[in-house]
Every structure is written in structure tokens, then in C-alpha cells.
Design a protein around this ligand. Structure first.
Ligand SMILES: OC[C@H]1NNC[C@@H](O)[C@@H]1O
Ligand SMILES: [Ca+2]
Length: 445
């Protein structure tokens, strides 16, 4: 198959600060809510924390060499807000910025385009103690942080992402409490979501004043399919589609929330003024798409406020996260974005799978299931490209096995295995496969 990928298509891999760096308090960095959450007993599997993670803080240049070995044309990483502004606002910690400047310079030396995410869930504790994302000032705090980073790095970073997966920040963070800061509340999520959207808009406005490249938001998307043709399941799938897929994107692109959200949150859903709705309308220059699987949905009155739950199919292949391997859903998602939001420029900012990989043999880790997953999903992206989707890049989640949030290090998404003892990186066969895909500009899938 002559792959449809253009020559300037970006082939990348993605990571995030708290998941790979370690040394969360080094060189003057201020603690994040994930540092505090991971150190709270019972919150993370195996009592794992990001204290060491992949030790990327000390091995960043070694890791850039791995990226060059793969032939990556882009690398998506995030900055830890607390390294740059230990108190979240005010004094800049130059040694924190220095780490990211060294990383960016090394990437550019190897011809790898930096794709920088400003916020990948690690809010400084100092801001959380002022209410965090519940505080109406949080968009201004974020814009101040964003401006600081733009001034330091925009001369070298061509692609910016403001927030990673605001839905995950909002729902597991404030509704069901699985992720930091671990709140379980019905009234907080709608307000947190609105502040995150305002924060995105204020950062984009700050960027327009001094930036010369492109900036967007990265969202987790998951097509919702009813588990049965019953009206109740169809209705449940539509509600979950609004809740996961349309909540942030409709706000961003249309400046309005899907009407299902007022039904879902009931009295907890605020009256948003026309003025505040106008402010959150901020599509940016592209949409970052994080795709893993689809949701198979049944009605569930026993599971408020959504009254719908995702079920695990019995007859499908599952990853170690119990997520169905469903590559068609990536094509469906990309075509849906093309049709609903008028064919915006897109980057797949995350796609990958966790499997229980075997130990290395002669320095190589055999991971045929991840090779099959990546092959199928790159093909699914090619199908969307052939149908006119403006897809400009693809990032594998993740470059390295890393700290998978509440699952700790037990769930491994990396192209490289990271030795649990001495953190040695060892390639998996999926790394060799991906190198071939990049070398052949997609023809090798
Ligand atoms: O669960 C896999 C990934 N999903 N998106 C956000 C990342 O931080 C996760 O590791
Ligand atoms: Ca620092």
C-alpha cells in the first residue's frame, strides 16, 4: 500500500513530566499535586511515586539519543509548572527552565521538532492550596506561567499544547476522585472544566501576543457505541459521547456546552453567562487527539450522574488496561472531527497500548501485541488521511515505560522498557517496528 503520509508528516513519541522525570523537588522545583497524591497512602498501586520514575531529569540527553535512533521527527513532552514557577506564580526558577532549554536544544540538534505541553496534570501545590482549578483566578495563573515559558522557549518550540486531556483533569480529578487532587464532588467538575477552558483561552491569547508558531489543546476522545440497540443503551451512548467527546470541543469550537451536560449535572450545572461562554470559544491552531479505544456503553441507573457505564467486551482483544483494541475507532474519531468541526488541522498526540511485556532477551524485549496494535492504528490513521482528514502527525504513547498514574509502574506503554532496578532503557520490537515505519514514511505498516 502506497502510504498516504506526506513527507512533512510528523512521526513522534510522547511523554509527560511527572511520569518520566523523577527528581520532583530538585534544583528549587516546587511540589505538584501529583507529588502529594502519590505520597498519600492508598492512592497509587504498589505505593509507587514519581520520585525517581525513569530518572529522565538526569538522563534527558541519553533519551534524546534514543529518539534520534528511532528517527523521530517530533517529540511531545510536558513541562512541570512547579520547576518553572515553584510557587505556581511569581518568582521564576531559572534552573527549572534550564532543564527544558537543554532538552529543547538537544532535540533541535538531532532535527527533532519539540512539541511542548504546558500542563499535563501536575498543578503546583502552592496553587492548589489557593483553590487550584476551582479558583476563578486559575486561568490568570496559567496564562502567567504560559507567558513565562513562551518567552523562554518560543524561539525554539514550533508546536504548543496548552492542556493535556482537560476531561481527565476534571472527571477523575474532581468527580470520581481516582486522580489528583482526588476530589469526589458533583458541583466542582463543571466549574473546574470552565476554568480549564478559560485558562486555555488566556494562554492562547498570551501566545498570540508573542508567539510565532502553532498552539492547540489535546483531548482524549473515545467513540461511544451502545452495547445493545435498546433505546436506553442508545441514549446512554449519546450521553457519554457528550460527556467525554463533546464537552470541551463544543465549548472550544462553538462557544457552547452540549445540552446533555445540564441534564447530567442537574442542579450542579451552573448558569454560564453569554460573556463567559464567548471567552471559552477558542479553537486554536489544531486539535491534539489522544486515542486509545472505544467505549461500549450500557444504560446504568445505578451509576449517577451519567447513568451510563462503559463495559468490557468479552469477545474482544484487551490491553493490560482492559481497553478494547479497536483501531476502527481511530478512523471514526478522525472523520467525526473532520465533519463536526469543519476539518481542523489534527495531530494524534497520543496512541499506544499497555501489555505485560516479557523480560529482555539479548537486550531486546519481544512485544508482538504492541507491534500489532501500532500497525493497526497507523493504518487506521492512513485510512482517515485518504478520506481528507487534515492529519499532520502521530505520536506513540509512550517513548518509555513510565509512571501510569494510579496504576503506578505496573502498566507499561513504552517503546523502550525501563529496568525497574537501574532504569536502563532497552528497546522493544515495537521500537524497531516504529523505526521502520518512520524510515519508510508509513509504507512499512
Ligand atoms: O493512559 C495512558 C495515557 N493516557 N493519556 C494521558 C497519559 O498521561 C497516560 O499515561
Ligand atoms: Ca528547577
Amino acid at each position: 500500500m502506497a502510504a498516504p503520509f506526506p513527507d512533512d508528516f510528523l512521526w513522534g513519541a510522547a511523554t509527560s513530566a511527572y511520569q518520566i522525570e523523577g527528581s520532583p523537588l530538585a534544583d528549587g522545583a516546587g511540589p505538584s499535586i501529583w507529588h502529594r497524591f502519590a505520597h498519600t497512602p492508598g492512592r497509587v498501586a504498589g505505593h509507587d511515586t514519581g520520585d525517581l520514575a525513569c530518572d529522565h531529569y538526569h538522563r534527558s540527553l541519553e533519551d534524546v539519543a534514543l529518539m534520534a535512533e528511532l528517527g523521530l521527527s517530533a517529540y511531545r513532552f510536558s513541562l512541570a509548572w512547579g520547576r518553572v514557577l515553584p510557587e505556581g506564580r511569581g518568582a521564576v526558577n531559572s534552573r527549572g527552565l534550564d532543564f527544558y532549554e537543554r532538552l529543547v536544544d538537544a532535540l533541535l540538534e538531532h532535527g527533532i521538532q519539540p512539541m511542548a505541553t504546558l500542563y499535563h496534570w501536575d498543578l503546583p501545590v502552592a496553587l492548589h492550596e489557593r483553590g487550584g482549578w476551582l479558583n476563578p483566578d486559575s486561568p490568570h495563573w496559567f496564562a502567567e506561567y504560559a507567558g513565562t515559558v513562551f518567552r523562554a522557549l518560543d524561539d525554539r518550540v514550533p508546536l504548543w499544547i496548552t492542556l493535556n486531556e482537560p476531561w481527565v483533569v476534571t472527571v477523575p480529578g474532581y468527580l470520581d476522585g481516582q486522580l489528583a487532587p482526588g476530589h469526589r464532588d458533583l458541583f466542582e467538575p463543571p466549574r473546574v472544566a470552565n476554568h480549564l477552558l478559560l485558562a486555555h483561552a488566556e494562554a492562547v491569547a498570551a501566545y498570540r501576543a508573542l508567539g510565532r508558531h502553532r498552539i492547540g489543546l489535546a483531548v482524549n476522545l473515545e467513540p461511544q457505541h451502545p452495547a445493545s440497540p435498546s433505546p436506553a443503551d442508545l441514549e446512554a451512548a449519546r450521553r457519554r459521547d457528550a460527556f467525554i467527546n463533546r464537552w470541551f470541543l463544543d465549548a472550544l469550537v462553538f462557544g457552547r456546552y452540549p445540552e446533555e451536560l445540564a441534564d447530567i449535572f442537574g442542579p450542579a450545572w451552573p448558569e454560564f453567562s453569554a460573556e463567559s461562554l464567548a471567552k471559552i470559544r477558542c479553537p486554536g491552531d489544531f486539535i491534539g487527539v489522544n486515542y486509545y479505544s472505544r467505549g461500549l456503553v450500557r444504560a446504568a441507573p445505578e451509576a449517577p450522574p451519567l447513568d451510563a457505564i462503559r463495559i468490557t467486551p468479552t469477545d474482544a482483544e484487551l490491553t493490560a488496561m482492559d481497553w478494547e483494541v479497536y483501531p476502527e475507532g481511530l478512523t471514526e474519531t478522525l472523520l467525526w472531527l473532520r465533519d463536526r468541526y469543519a476539518n481542523p488541522p489534527l495531530y494524534i498526540t497520543e496512541n499506544g497500548a499497555a501489555f505485560d511485556d516479557p523480560p529482555p532477551r539479548d537486550g531486546l524485549v519481544e512485544d508482538p501485541r504492541r507491534v500489532a496494535y501500532l500497525r493497526a492504528h497507523i493504518r487506521a490513521a492512513a485510512t482517515a488521511l485518504e478520506q481528507g482528514v487534515d492529519l499532520r502527525g502521530y505520536c506513540v504513547w509512550s517513548l518509555l515505560d513510565n509512571f501510569e498514574w494510579a496504576e503506578g509502574y505496573s502498566k507499561r506503554f513504552g517503546l523502550y522498557q525501563v529496568d525497574p532496578g537501574d532504569r536502563t532503557r532497552r528497546p522493544k520490537t515495537s521500537a524497531c517496528f516504529y523505526r521502520e515505519v518512520i524510515r519508510s514514511r508509513g509504507a512499512a505498516v
